[in-house]
Design a protein around this ligand. Structure first.
Ligand SMILES: *[C@@H]1O[C@H](CO)[C@@H](O)[C@H](O)[C@H]1NC(C)=O
Ligand SMILES: *[C@@H]1O[C@H](CO)[C@@H](O)[C@H](O)[C@H]1NC(C)=O
Ligand SMILES: *[C@@H]1O[C@H](CO)[C@@H](O)[C@H](O)[C@H]1NC(C)=O
Length: 150
């Protein structure tokens, strides 16, 4: 009986191979302009998770919670860069900000509304808000205000 039992036990074990073994994860991946909340460990158990945050003014895109799953981390978020208004570019396009504000930094996805300086006007009058533009991962298309006089 003892022999039979050990044969059954052996068969049971071989029925469940490595998939039952919990694989640890290494340290979570580095995210540019982001960080993991709390201390970063060298090893994580399968099923554990970490929280990512982005640096100031950076927009967190994707899941902030990332899980260790059998040795792999699930998809990480990205930290999208903000837009900083360039006064030189605004001047050369004859623009001012529609709404006064202290900070010249806008988050990814923010809408920025410009006006033309006095004596200038937007060309595209068909567009409802020609002075409006959106911050796209640090890139900004400045509207143009050519002179009214020709
Ligand atoms: C973990 O990632 C490796 C390499 O990308 C892949 O071969 C493996 O199937 C993944 N494991 C799981 C449990 O997703
Ligand atoms: C502003 O833009 C100009 C040219 O478009 C560039 O030469 C300058 O370095 C920029 N200034 C800043 C502070 O980024
Ligand atoms: C801004 O105005 C100047 C003239 O004051 C003009 O030469 C220039 O083309 C204008 N900028 C744009 C982008 O139209």
């Amino acid at each position: 009986t003892e022999h039979l039992l050990s044969v059954i036990l052996f068969n049971c074990l071989s029925l469940y191979p490595i998939s039952e073994v919990q694989q640890d994860c290494a340290s979570p991946p580095v995210v540019k302009n982001g960080a993991v909340l709390g201390p970063v460990l060298a090893s994580y158990k399968s099923g554990s998770w970490v929280e990512y945050v982005c640096q100031h003014y950076h927009f967190l895109d994707g899941p902030s919670t990332v899980y260790c799953h059998q040795g792999n981390w699930t998809e990480q978020p990205t930290c999208l860069e903000p837009c900083t208004l360039n006064v030189t570019d605004m001047d050369s396009n004859n623009l001012t900000l529609k709404w006064r504000r202290e900070e010249l930094v806008f988050l990814h996805g923010d809408l920025i509304e410009f006006e033309c300086k006095q004596g200038y006007s937007f060309l595209q009058t068909a567009i409802p808000s020609p002075g409006r533009t959106q911050c796209d991962q640090g890139r900004l298309n400045y509207p143009k205000c050519p002179s009214l006089e020709k």
